[in-house]
Design a protein around this ligand. Structure first.
Ligand SMILES: Nc1ncnc2c1ncn2[C@@H]1O[C@H](COP(=O)(O)OP(=O)(O)OP(=O)(O)O)[C@@H](O)[C@H]1O
Length: 764
């Protein structure tokens, strides 16, 4: 095996400060131990607060578990109580058995009457049992013991069944709640690394913790039943012994609770480390990254980084776990010592004839059980306290305000408040209060931006600054501009993925903040740069654009046709039913451009009034791109369409072109107007044109036109580099068109293209 190359991580960014997923010192500074309040009073108050929080947590968890299944919860509760009574019943029958044996042997030795009357000592007195023969009494006791064991076994089985099923249900319920809530959280939530930590903690820990906690609560109940039933027996032995058994395990409890808090702090601390480890392992083990990882030979680098981070997480865990169990163990030893002394005391009493052999059996087992139950109660409480800390993260996540107030109510509901009903009755409400306004009907798609300024959360620089514009219903708008200018931000704001910091966006005259985002988005068909490639069939990949109609094959096929993906579907082995991607089946793998066509078809699937496309053709071949933009008007079907493109050849036919620079609208108008303006757009257009050879391809007619300044170029063309040259190119193209139109008459498409006043023409 090749030795793994030692990688030195020298970046000064600390990973904990949210820096890189790949660099930064892997030795995260260890978390400070939780602060302990000063003085006995302070500690007492803190203990009180922790106990109250744990009690509240237990009630919340009980609600969660009860909601998952009342039947299973009841079964678990009953079985638990029954199991709790078994030790006392066993000890009692054992005592009676031993005493019967001793008495029976004595009767036989003395040749006395074969009659035995047993007494059952109970905490509040004693119960005389019917007089039986020795054998009869033994058989009755053996039967009683069998019944106790059988009931115990049955209750244990019921408890295991109920616990496992409840575990599954509750964990699914919690995960569903997390998913539902995550689905309604604003986009900004996902762009904060702390949110990811919270999400991870809520998903990973909170799904199992409720059941651990409820098992703890029921375990506690069981132990308490055992404890109460046994303590009565122990008091008979001597109040001091009972007291010693009661208080001996207290120090172990205190130690456990303290280290439980420490473990929680370490778990929080290690969460960003573990998230990085998951990221690294995903980089190495996921198909979409595999190509780059192999070509750049990144696997050793990534695995070494994983190892280093893993070592840090391990060190933190080792420290806290060792301390927790060593300290806890030492304190438990004290309790064991008290237990041994109890044995000794009772044995001495029996030798001196103050107790019967049966009493000895009963009391020794009672002492042990009481002690273990006290320990169980304390460690159960400590465990509940710890579980409650983790569960706090679930409630923290669920309390993150969702996009509309209805979800905030959901979060409150989980917290225990029960006033979500009003929101449900009256429909969703706006975060600031008040009901959402209904969508204008019919929705025309008239978009107005009034002085819109927007900064991404946590950033100073505005991504959009004082943007004002108007898009009339049915217009097609092309957005161009350099990288990072704010084009995608504009689209995200139109989709209401973010809200403007200043200014407003009106749709048919209504501020989109006043519209229910879910309803609004139903009327928006969108395709993003980083569109998703779903591991699903071709039909599903398209149908997800309108889940209500995912089964509507005719509509799926129509959307595919509009996106130019119908040919692709027909070429697949099972047509639209072919699985795409290889995660769950040996499906077909598509090329980047093919995936883009599928994503585009998804956007066309929806009955949208507003179509927003972020670089919809960046991966398409020239022909597919020309075809798409040639048919955009037909495809859009009168919908308002906003699309981003870096290729000027594709934007010239738009009704309106917006040039965005540094978050502002630098220029706007039709292609012709902007060329005539001779500004930045005209220069950029000319610059792109210069990259082509001595002919242009006219995207409308697919004919080639010689460039006007071709004679000056090395191969006959040096490219248009100025606005003037661009205008010359335009003039030449227009002349050529006019000639062609004069000769053959306009085709329907050319006529449509020139409907904007002759802005159509060949691409650069
Ligand atoms: N999620 C985000 N959080 C913080 N800043 C962001 C975020 N997304 C974009 N930005 C910043 O906002 C600015 C505008 O970004 P935007 O994505 O709108 O640019 P763009 O014009 O679409 O660029 P491109 O042509 O490269 O797609 C950039 O400076 C970018 O760094």
């Amino acid at each position: 095996m090749q030795p793994v190359q030692q990688v030195v991580f020298t970046s000064r960014t600390t990973a904990s400060s949210g820096g890189s997923g790949l660099s930064g010192p892997p030795d995260f500074p260890e978390p400070a131990p939780p602060r302990r309040p000063r003085g006995a009073g302070g500690r007492l108050r803190q203990t009180g607060r922790s106990a109250a929080a744990t009690a509240v947590g237990a009630v919340r968890v009980f609600r969660l578990v009860w909601a998952a299944s009342p039947w299973l919860t009841t079964a678990l509760g009953l079985a638990t109580v029954l199991i709790g009574l078994v030790p006392a019943a066993t000890a009692m029958t054992a005592r009676l058995l031993v005493d019967t044996v001793v008495q029976g042997a004595a009767l036989r030795a003395e040749d006395g009457p074969d009659r035995i009357g047993l007494t059952l000592p109970l905490p509040g007195g004693s119960l005389e049992l019917p007089v039986l023969t020795v054998v009869g009494a033994l058989v009755a006791l053996a039967t009683a013991q069998f019944v106790v064991y059988a009931l115990g076994a049955l209750a244990t089985a019921v408890r295991s069944i109920a616990q496992q099923l409840l575990q599954e249900r509750t964990s699914q319920d919690v995960q569903l709640r997390v998913m539902e809530h995550a689905g309604r959280l604003p986009l900004s939530f996902f762009e904060d690394s702390r949110s990811y930590d919270l999400l991870r903690q809520a998903q990973q820990e909170a799904s199992t913790r409720p059941v651990t906690m409820i098992s703890g609560v029921f375990g506690l109940l069981q132990t308490a039943v055992t404890f109460v039933s046994m303590v009565g027996l122990l008091i008979g032995l001597g109040p001091l012994i009972a007291l010693a058994a009661l208080i001996a395990p207290v120090p172990a409890f205190v130690a456990d609770a303290r280290y439980g808090m420490r473990t929680f702090v370490v778990a929080l601390w290690s969460s960003p480390i573990r998230r990085r480890m998951e990221y690294l392992s995903r980089l190495v083990a996921t198909d979409s990254y595999a190509k780059e990882v192999k070509v750049f030979g990144l696997a050793p680098f990534l695995t070494e980084r994983f190892r280093l981070l893993g070592a840090t997480a391990y060190r933190g865990l080792r420290k806290v776990v060792t301390a927790r169990y060593l300290v806890g163990g030492a304190w438990s030893a004290l309790a064991t010592l008290v237990g041994s002394l109890t044995y000794l005391y009772v044995a001495l009493q029996a030798v001196n004839g103050r107790l019967s052999l049966g009493d000895l059996v009963l009391y020794t087992s009672a002492a042990t059980t009481v002690q273990t139950s006290v320990q169980g109660i304390f460690s159960g409480l400590a465990g509940m306290y710890e579980n409650n800390l983790y569960l706090g993260k679930l409630y923290e996540l669920l309390a993150v305000p969702a996009e509309n107030a209805k979800d905030a109510k959901d979060a409150e509901n989980v917290e225990g408040a029960e006033n979500a009903k009003s929101a449900e009755d009256g429909g969703p409400t706006r975060p600031g209060g008040g009901a959402f306004r209904p969508l204008p009907s019919p929705l025309r798609g008239h978009v107005v931006l009034e002085n819109v300024t927007f900064r991404y959360p946590g950033t100073e620089r505005p991504a959009l600054l004082g943007v004002s514009l108007e898009i009339r219903p049915g217009q097609s708008v092309a957005v161009v501009g350099p990288n990072g200018a704010g084009k995608s931000t504009l689209i995200k704001l139109l989709c209401r993925l973010y809200e403007p910091d200043e200014g407003r966006i009106l749709l048919d005259g209504v501020d989109i903040r006043e519209l229910d985002p879910e309803l609004l988005r139903r009327r928006i068909g969108a395709m993003f740069q980083d569109h998703v490639s779903y591991q699903a069939t071709m039909a599903e990949n398209i149908g997800l654009g309108d889940v209500d109609r995912i089964e509507d094959r005719a509509r799926v096929a129509e959307a595919a046709r509009r996106a130019g993906a119908d040919g692709l579907a027909e070429g697949l082995p099972q047509g639209y039913d072919t699985a795409l991607g290889k995660w769950f089946a040996t499906g077909a793998e598509l090329s980047g451009g093919q995936w883009q066509k599928v994503a585009l078809a998804r956007a066309f699937m929806r009955d949208a009034t507003l179509l927003v496309l972020d670089e919809p053709t960046s991966a398409l071949d020239a022909e597919a791109e020309a075809d798409l933009f040639g048919r955009l008007r037909e495809l859009a079907h009168g919908r308002t369409t906003v699309y981003i493109s870096h290729r000027f050849s594709t934007v010239r036919r738009a009704d309106l072109i917006l040039l965005i620079e540094d978050g502002r609208v630098a220029e706007q108008g039709t292609h012709r107007e902007l060329i005539a303006l001779g500004g930045r757009y005209a220069r950029l257009f000319a610059l792109q044109a210069s990259a082509y050879t001595d002919t242009y391809t006219d995207t409308d007619t697919h004919t080639e036109t010689p460039r006007p300044n071709a004679p000056h170029a090395p191969h006959g063309f040096n490219g248009a580099r100025t606005a003037k040259e661009a205008a010359a190119i335009e003039a030449a193209l227009a002349a050529k068109r006019a000639g062609r139109a004069g000769r053959a008459g306009r085709t329907a498409r050319a006529g449509e293209a020139s409907g904007d006043g002759g802005t159509d023409g060949g691409g650069p």
